[in-house]
Design a protein around this ligand. Structure first.
Ligand SMILES: Cc1cc2nc3c(=O)[nH]c(=O)nc-3n(C[C@H](O)[C@H](O)[C@H](O)COP(=O)(O)OP(=O)(O)OC[C@H]3O[C@@H](n4cnc5c(N)ncnc54)[C@H](O)[C@@H]3O)c2cc1C
Length: 451
């Protein structure tokens, strides 16, 4: 195994939006020698779910840098200006940017950054007295003093579906990158969140042929909207995350369970689009061209069996407590994602501190607690649902979290990470007063950008 470059201060594994944000915030800092690695040949953001017409669930201002450094050349506004479409964008008054445009912005940021390397699959990470050694599956290795893991979350495949996976039983993350023909087939979509809703609309659009029947199954009691209202958005703020992290492990878990619809429902616009489509389908379209569909909420799929030609999905109806089954030629699992420690960390896996649910414990500055020397740190992105709350898997605080990590890595306040507190009084112990920065709502002065 050949060691390639000079040792790094920070090596990043994975280049999704979260490590991309960190790479962008590190780019102007000459004191850090960093490099981020991704197994893909070039930057791509959820290519399997890049459905036509889909929109972002977050504001374009929550980009890779703006919340902590609006002067950065890697902002969404800088992207618009660089492409000469600032005024046109403004005049078009998009309520939410299209996902394809945001993905193109992310790709544009990635193309400009000097500290990214693609086609680099990190196969294993060892540790010795000189620090971490990242081994790639091409016989090369890179040494680094610190690590940041940004490998994302893993598609969740229910146990009953696992033996059936293939080109006709697929997870939503593969929807647009699997060659599937739906003409005259019975298509079953499982999962009532945003991905399920988008795929339902896409199947109705006949982009892959006109199905014989479309069945959309959800365990939820109804097609439930994502809560995007003002005070729910306070969960996606630095102030809330700091308060949340101070709570004990058992309480945090309980809190997260009550907040599902703040981060995991179908967007209200998508639900209206579906409702309007179905109205036109049922009353305005000619009988020969309309779709046969069933939306089955409150159903929990418990088993999936295979006949010679199709599948049977066996479900429990939680509304009337009956057992039911449907037949399918194609099954699409919009069953979400789960946190997962990447395989490349296997050599270190026994060295992490775990909580009662076996999750790696993260400090407030996103370091994984481990038994190695404190000067060698392992930061983790998208692994803190239980420690930092429901904002953790979302883009809302991506730039803020990256800024917290920069400050922690350099043991210096490079970026200001203490915006004004929430108007909600989360806890008597801490609300309205940040003990680290002595900022109160009345004494708080605007802080943005590098200090
Ligand atoms: C379809 C979809 C739409 C979403 N839309 C929104 C939205 O509008 N707003 C919002 O706030 N959130 C949204 N999210 C949630 C969240 O923002 C995204 O999931 C985001 O991509 C998470 O970023 P990440 O950096 O953790 O991981 P990912 O984007 O999954 O990137 C991880 C990267 O790591 C690489 N990798 C993995 N293992 C290795 C290895 N061993 N070696 C090298 N590279 C490796 C992968 O190739 C991949 O490129 C969406 C999620 C999905 C699925």
């Amino acid at each position: 195994m050949k060691e390639t470059t000079a040792p790094l201060n920070l090596a990043g594994v994975g280049i999704g939006p979260f490590n991309l944000s960190l790479a962008a915030l590190l780019a102007p800092l000459t004191q850090v020698n960093s490099c981020f690695f991704d197994r893909r040949p070039a930057f791509a953001w959820h290519p399997g779910m890049m459905l036509p017409g889909t929109r972002m669930q977050t504001s374009f201002l929550k980009d890779m840098v703006t919340p902590v450094d609006p002067t950065s050349p890697y902002s969404f506004l800088a992207y618009l200006v660089a492409h000469g479409r600032f005024y046109r964008f403004l005049h078009a008054e998009f309520p939410r940017v299209r996902r394809a445009e945001f993905a193109d912005y992310l790709r544009w940021v990635a193309e400009q950054l000097p500290n990214l390397a693609f086609n680099q699959d990190v196969a294993g990470i060892d540790f010795d007295q000189h620090g971490f050694l990242l081994k790639f599956n091409n016989d090369y290795a890179v040494r680094s003093a610190n690590l940041v893991i940004g490998t994302g979350v893993a598609p969740y495949i229910p146990t009953w579906a696992q033996i059936h996976m293939g080109s006709r039983c697929l997870h939503s993350s593969h929807y647009m990158i699997t060659d599937h023909q739906l003409q005259d087939r019975r298509v079953v979509i499982i999962g009532g969140g945003q991905s399920g809703a988008e795929i339902f609309l896409d199947v109705l659009s006949e982009a892959h042929g006109k199905p014989k029947e479309i069945i959309w199954i959800s365990r939820r009691p109804n097609l439930e909207p994502l809560d995007e209202t003002a005070f729910t958005n306070e969960y996606f703020t630095p102030d809330y995350v700091k308060n949340f992290h101070r709570q004990p492990d058992s309480r945090r878990d309980r809190i997260v369970r009550t907040q599902t619809l703040a981060g995991d429902g179908a967007s209200p616009q998508t639900l209206i689009e579906i409702s309007q489509y179905l109205y036109e389908n049922d009353f305005l379209r000619h009988k020969d061209s309309n779709h046969q569909y069933r939306i089955m909420t409150n159903r929990e799929v418990r088993r999936m069996t295979r006949n010679s030609t199709d599948w049977q999905l066996h479900m429990h109806n939680r509304f009337d407590e009956s057992d039911e089954s449907v037949s399918a030629d194609v099954v699409i699992l919009a069953t979400g994602y789960r946190q997962a420690v990447p395989d490349c960390l296997a050599p270190l896996t026994g060295r992490f501190e775990r909580d009662s649910e076996n999750n790696i414990v993260l400090t407030k500055d996103y370091q994984a607690l481990w038994d190695g020397p404190a000067i060698h740190r392992i930061y983790m992105m998208n692994a803190g649902l239980r420690t930092h709350g429901i904002a953790d898997p979302q883009l809302s605080l991506a730039a803020w979290r990256a800024a917290v990590i920069v400050n922690s890595l350099l043991d210096q306040k490079i970026y200001c990470t203490d915006p004004a507190p929430s108007p909600l009084y989360w806890s008597e112990a801490s609300n309205g007063y940040d003990e680290e920065n002595h900022a109160t709502p009345s004494t708080f002065s605007a802080c943005a950008g590098r200090e």
